[in-house]
Design a protein around this ligand. Structure first.
Ligand code: AMP
Length: 616
């Protein structure tokens, strides 16, 4: 029987390689683009979502068109991120594994340039690159593009959004005029249109799916909650989906870190991914996520670009993105490779209009979902546990020796009692947490949400909370998460009693429930940090801000940066080792290891991506 890839015109060597990868049938985008691109005579614009099999759609035709006897760069693939770059290069290496003398190099920032230059010198036909590092190498006159016949611009919208337009211009100017350009983009903002017009000659356009339409495998849902209940809502959604493997999107690096820290503290298997992490730290986080050693990845839009991890079950928009287009990219992290997925938005009632806008743009309806009750969550967790117990693989060889002792232990219990006890092990934990769980669904039209969750109210302390001043701040390397643990540990109170934490430079403010304020004062009576007395005051007690600043300069100025070991290094590490390998130098995060491209790139991206994009 003829293989369907063969029918599209792909040669045996490549067909065998994709068969080894488990590709049995071409995906729709491959079916449509492979025959067109195999002609090799046209420019091409493909409007396609990520995760649809795009890499093979352009990669397989490229392998047919390249002359592998000639060891010179003939194809250049530009893409926005290091992660995507590595992934494309890896896919192409796999597709070409049976082709003699096929060489693919990945060129990206944050890695040793010497090794990349060496690979280029040894001879390559396909270069997969991020724009910054590519320009660097071109600047060193270390690459000859005179034989390039095909340039692929992958995720073109993202590259433009990240400010790579000029870099792309410069790179393309070093390639021959008669090359063919193939552009892929998930969305088609006017800037991408302009690129297509400027760089391409009568391109063949293919739209995979309806224009701007989200992946059909993704369901879109929204929950309306009050802003202060957002975090609780997130936890409830996660608890209601025991097998969740998800990406949670936040708007800012700070939120990302904050949510991740709270989740970790609350016992979830989560970590943060944002632009302030060094490349090494990002790689570590991603590796854990890819290997499914982590259930929840909390990310900014920028950091999550190019994350192509299969089997992501949920994308959760903890905050809606600033730019409408970003929603497509976020939700595209799930529902990949034919799998189904859910994209969830946690919103307040004032944001309903944005949901309607999104519906228009992606051409799909969102379902209004109700947050499950505490009881629903407990029930779901219970049966998930029962299911797991039922299906667990039993290692008879190892456990048999213990069975007599175990039976002995349970001798006085009936079968039903034993089952109840096993089920209760996990169930009790949820029951305890959810026994008095409130309804978190906010009625539509209720704008109380705007008053804010932890951290959003300004002024002298939220209702029911006492606002306190503390003479420690971000210069002491405290994050909000650190401050929260510091307050809880010393004040001997639960995190639930802490309200807003307002981290300033040399001092901070935080809120605690009125009922525990005295306890906190008591707890902090003789606390020291790096040899200094920690001082807390009611924030209204005579202008803490001013005095705080004064105190720091007068009393503690010299000491505060000397230590660095202090509370943070120790406590953070003992707090579950969540940052193993992530911190360097005494437990503090190292931001200095990033490459030129990463620094420029992430700076540009996280702060400056908005200008050209459509806002709400
Ligand atoms: P991509 O959009 O190229 O990142 O591909 C998304 C995922 O789909 C990757 O894990 C690919 O390995 C997988 N994939 C691509 N084409 C096929 C195919 N024809 N059959 C099965 N899986 C595929």
């Amino acid at each position: 029987m003829t293989n369907p890839f063969q029918l599209l015109g792909i040669s045996d060597d490549v067909v065998n390689a994709v068969k080894d990868l488990g590709f049995e049938n071409p995906t729709p985008i491959q079916e449509q683009s492979i025959p067109v691109l195999l002609e090799g005579t046209n420019d091409f614009v493909g409007l396609a979502q990520t995760g649809t099999g795009k890499t093979a759609a352009f990669g397989l035709p490229l392998l047919e068109l390249i002359d592998f006897k000639l060891t010179k760069p003939q194809a250049l693939i530009l893409c926005p991120t290091r992660e995507l770059c590595l992934q494309i290069a890896n896919d192409l290496k796999n597709f070409s594994k049976n082709i003699a003398n096929a060489h693919v190099v990945a060129v990206y920032g944050g890695a040793n340039i010497m090794q990349q230059l060496r690979e280029i010198r040894q001879g390559v036909q396909i270069v997969v690159a991020t724009p910054g590092r590519m320009l660097d190498i071109i600047g060193r006159k270390a690459i000859d593009f005179s034989n390039v016949k095909y340039v692929v611009l992958d995720e073109a919208d993202e590259m433009l959004n990240m400010g790579f337009q000029d870099d792309i211009n410069d790179i393309l100017s070093t390639t021959p005029d008669d090359k063919k350009t193939w552009l892929f983009s998930a969305t088609m903002p006017s800037e991408v249109r302009r690129i297509a017009k400027n760089y391409m000659d009568n391109p063949i356009e293919l739209t995979m799916g309806t224009k701007n339409t989200g992946n059909v495998n993704i369901d879109h849902e929204y929950y309306i909650v009050r802003a202060r209940d957002k975090y609780a809502a997130l936890k409830r959604i996660v608890d209601f989906n025991p097998d969740i493997f998800g990406v949670v999107f936040c708007k800012t690096k700070l939120d990302t870190q904050d949510i991740a820290e709270h989740l970790i503290k609350d016992g979830y298997n989560a970590d943060a991914l944002h632009g302030d992490l060094s490349q090494q730290q990002r790689d570590k986080v991603m590796q854990r996520f890819r290997e499914r050693n982590m259930q929840l990845l909390i990310a900014t839009d920028v950091a999550a670009r190019g994350i192509d991890v299969n089997n992501v079950t949920h994308v959760i928009n903890y905050s809606l993105p600033d730019e409408i287009e970003s929603y497509t990219h976020r939700s595209g992290r799930t529902g990949r490779a034919g799998k189904t997925g859910v994209s969830i938005c946690i919103i307040n009632s004032k944001e309903l209009g944005k949901i309607r806008q999104l519906e228009r743009i992606i051409g799909k309806q969102f379902t209004k979902a109700e947050l499950p009750t505490g009881f629903d969550v407990c029930e779901k967790q219970l049966f998930s546990l029962v299911h797991k117990v039922h299906n667990v693989e039993v290692n008879n060889e190892q456990i048999d020796q213990y069975i007599p002792r175990i039976m002995d232990e349970f001798a006085d219990l009936s079968k039903e009692d034993v089952i109840k006890r096993f089920a209760s092990l996990e169930f009790n934990r949820f029951l305890e947490y959810y026994s008095k769980a409130p309804d978190l669904n906010a009625p539509a039209g209720d704008d109380r949400g705007e008053r804010g969750e932890r951290g959003e109210r300004r002024g002298r302390g939220s209702e029911g909370y006492t606002r306190l001043f503390i003479n420690l701040g971000s210069v002491d390397e405290f994050t909000r998460g650190d401050m929260l643990s510091f307050i809880c540990n010393n004040g001997k109170i639960s995190g639930k009693s802490v309200g807003k934490i307002d981290l300033k430079g040399v001092f901070s403010f935080f809120e605690v429930e009125d009922a525990v304020a005295d306890k906190v004062f008591e707890g902090f009576k003789s606390v020291e940090f790096n040899g200094r007395q920690v001082r807390i005051e009611r924030s209204g007690d005579g202008g803490g801000e001013r005095r705080g600043g004064g105190d720091r300069r007068g009393g503690f100025g010299g000491e505060r940066r000397s230590g660095g070991g202090g509370y943070r290094g120790g406590d953070r590490r003992s707090g579950g080792g969540r940052r193993e390998g992530g911190n360097s130098g005494g437990g503090f995060r190292d931001f200095s290891g990033r490459s030129r491209e990463d620094k420029g790139g992430s700076g540009r991206r996280e702060s400056g991506s908005g200008e050209r994009r459509k806002k709400w």
